[in-house]
Ligand binder design. Structure first.
Ligand code: GNR
Ligand code: NI
Length: 167
């Protein structure tokens, strides 16, 4: 079932999400629904808070865009640690439609997480995958990419989005 994607400034996008502790059928259903929703919206990732579930999990599929492309990946209770280097990438977000801006991120990261059966996993990532994992992980802490920008850029974007609402 396709889910509704919350849009900025929905206050639920700013909450800190809670750890997953039950690896049961309803978790699998949520993961399946989130994948369907991500593909329908043509996003490369989707975090549970974006569909109104305050849980620490997200799905990623880089599609055509990357090294590990066309592969659905699920990350539950992720913990990121930074590696070497920084990178700048033009980011967008399904919850902030119509806005793209360059954001600074770590170039390499390691992510520890659980799979849908609760089994511990670890993965190293670089390039677009590393950017996407950092973007999704921020959603779990209630952080949108626009909050990584300079105050001036952020003000301009807020003004633009406000206008879109009041039009
Ligand atoms: O679809 C998405 N594209 C994207 C492009 C650059 C950096 C991050 C992303 S994630 C975004 C989908 C989304 O909002 N996930 O939370
Ligand atoms: Ni996003």
């Amino acid at each position: 079932m396709k889910l509704e994607i919350l849009k900025y400034p929905d206050p639920r996008l700013s909450l800190k999400a809670q750890p997953v502790d039950k690896f049961d059928g309803s978790l699998h259903q949520l993961l399946n629904d989130m994948a369907e929703t991500m593909y329908a919206a043509e996003g490369i990732g989707l975090a549970a808070p974006q569909v109104g579930k305050s849980l620490r999990l997200f799905v990623v599929d880089l599609g055509e865009h990357g090294e590990s492309s066309g592969k659905l990946m699920e990350f539950i209770n992720p913990v990121l640690s930074r590696g070497e280097g920084t990178t700048t990438f033009e980011e967008g977000c399904l919850s902030v439609p119509g806005v793209t801006e360059e954001v600074d991120r770590f170039e390499n990261i390691t992510i520890s997480f659980q799979d849908r059966n609760g089994k511990a996993q670890e993965m190293m990532a670089q390039g677009l995958l590393a950017v996407a994992l950092q973007h999704e992980n921020d959603h779990l802490d209630g952080v949108l990419f626009v909050e990584k920008l300079s105050p001036m850029k952020r003000r301009l974007i807020k003004k633009k989005l406000q206008k879109a609402v009041t039009l």
